[in-house]
Design a protein around this ligand. Structure first.
Ligand code: MG
Length: 394
């Protein structure tokens, strides 16, 4: 099998956004644009390695965006996109083994789908170059040079056979490396143009309108809307029990309540927050609270359980997810929950950073039956609903 490397170009300084943060490092539904682009390739079966070209001055932003993904060292880019790609290719050429194929991708196209990546790779079986593109649907007008911001129509351009070029742009490695060397300084706008200048045949691979480049604030909003529309809903449940022991208070759903017993446990034994934490972890298939915070680890002795809950919320945010709702039922004869219910809702909403109408706290007894009825302990069960970005079909 040919060695296929994705070369993601993230060296731009994003001046068009106006703000201090380059667009590839902006958050898109809670996840950096660059991270989304990298994940699209990291998870793709046709890609053997992902390399990212960056502005070395933005190293801290890079580490924050994708540092945890275990990628090889980033490659240093140059003054403009074309130079950055060439420097990235030169760096790959010095490595052993050098790639057989390279897919060059703009970091600012975070919504690239797996089918487009697969299509470009497949087209390289028949041609030295292949690029994602969409056929032009709009009628094209040529404007007069004069007329200010409302120039006159000078003519209609035949759109027949016209496509808009996107990325990925895939190439057999040695031909595109030599083409870029030959085109150094030529100010070409994409890698296909570099290939064309070298006489390399390039195929067009139909892509999706959603694979657009995030350049403006409006683009970012459009991408957020597309992700929201494609989100899928997940539900998780959690259950927890802690036994009564000596003490003068319990902590339930983050609220300290005076009581003639305490609850035994390694942490603060907050059954309510533990059940909600497990429900959130369950909703994203991330195991349970014991996996993330082993009772054998002394650092969690007596810990306030809001740490556990905030951790689960952070995992959801890291996946671009959103907490829709959590609902917890405390099962106990004593203490009375009612007087503390509003404070519990407020505290859970605060930890999760969601509005209070997305949090529900309920209480019940077991009519004197079972361990809760005998006042041996308190149980809690919870359900959580979260939305996650839908996995894109391969
Ligand atoms: Mg527990």
């Amino acid at each position: 099998m040919p060695l296929t490397v994705a070369l993601i170009v993230a060296a731009g300084r994003g001046l068009r956004f106006g703000g201090p943060l380059p667009k590839q490092y902006r958050l898109l539904a809670g996840v950096p644009v660059l991270r989304r682009s990298a994940l699209a390739y990291l998870g793709h079966p046709g890609i053997d390695a992902v390399r990212i070209v960056i502005d070395p001055a933005a190293r801290e932003l890079y580490d924050a965006a994708v540092g945890a993904l275990g990628l090889p060292e980033p490659l240093a880019g140059g003054a403009d996109r074309q130079e950055s790609v060439r420097l990235g290719l030169e760096a790959l050429a010095r490595e052993a083994p050098a790639p057989d194929r390279v897919l060059i991708h703009d970091a600012a196209r975070p919504l690239v789908d797996a089918a487009t990546i697969a299509g470009v790779i497949a087209a390289l079986d028949d041609a030295p170059g292949a690029i994602a593109a969409v056929p032009l649907a709009d009628t094209l007008k040529r404007a007069t040079a004069s007329g200010g911001d409302r120039p006159a129509v000078a003519g209609t351009v035949d759109r027949g056979g016209l496509w808009r070029a996107q990325t990925p742009q895939g190439f057999r490695f040695q031909p595109i490396l030599h083409a870029h060397r030959a085109a150094a300084g030529a100010a070409l706008t994409d890698d296909a143009a570099v290939a064309e200048a070298a006489g390399l045949p390039v195929r067009l691979v139909p892509s999706s309108e959603e694979n657009f480049k995030v350049t403006t604030e409006a683009d970012l909003a459009r991408a957020e809307a597309l992700l929201a529309a494609a989100a899928e809903s997940r539900t998780g449940t959690g259950f927890d029990v802690h036994r009564f022991g000596p003490g003068d208070h319990v902590v339930l759903c983050g609220v300290r309540i005076p009581h003639d017993h305490g609850l035994l446990g390694h942490s603060d034994a907050d059954v309510g927050l533990h059940a909600i934490t497990d429900a959130l972890l369950g909703a994203i298939g991330a195991g349970d609270i014991g996996r993330h915070f082993p009772p054998s680890d002394p650092q969690w002795r007596g810990a306030a359980s809001d740490v556990f809950l905030a951790h689960a919320a952070g995992l959801i945010a890291a996946r671009g997810g959103r907490i829709v709702h959590v609902d917890v039922t405390l099962i106990a004869e004593r203490p009375k929950i009612g007087p503390h219910r509003d404070a519990m809702v407020d505290r859970i909403a605060e930890i999760l950073a969601v509005p209070t109408d997305r949090v529900s706290v309920k209480a019940t007894t077991t009519e004197g039956l079972g361990f809760t009825g005998r006042r041996e302990g308190i149980a809690a069960q919870a359900a959580a609903t979260v939305t996650l970005p839908q996995a894109r079909p391969a």
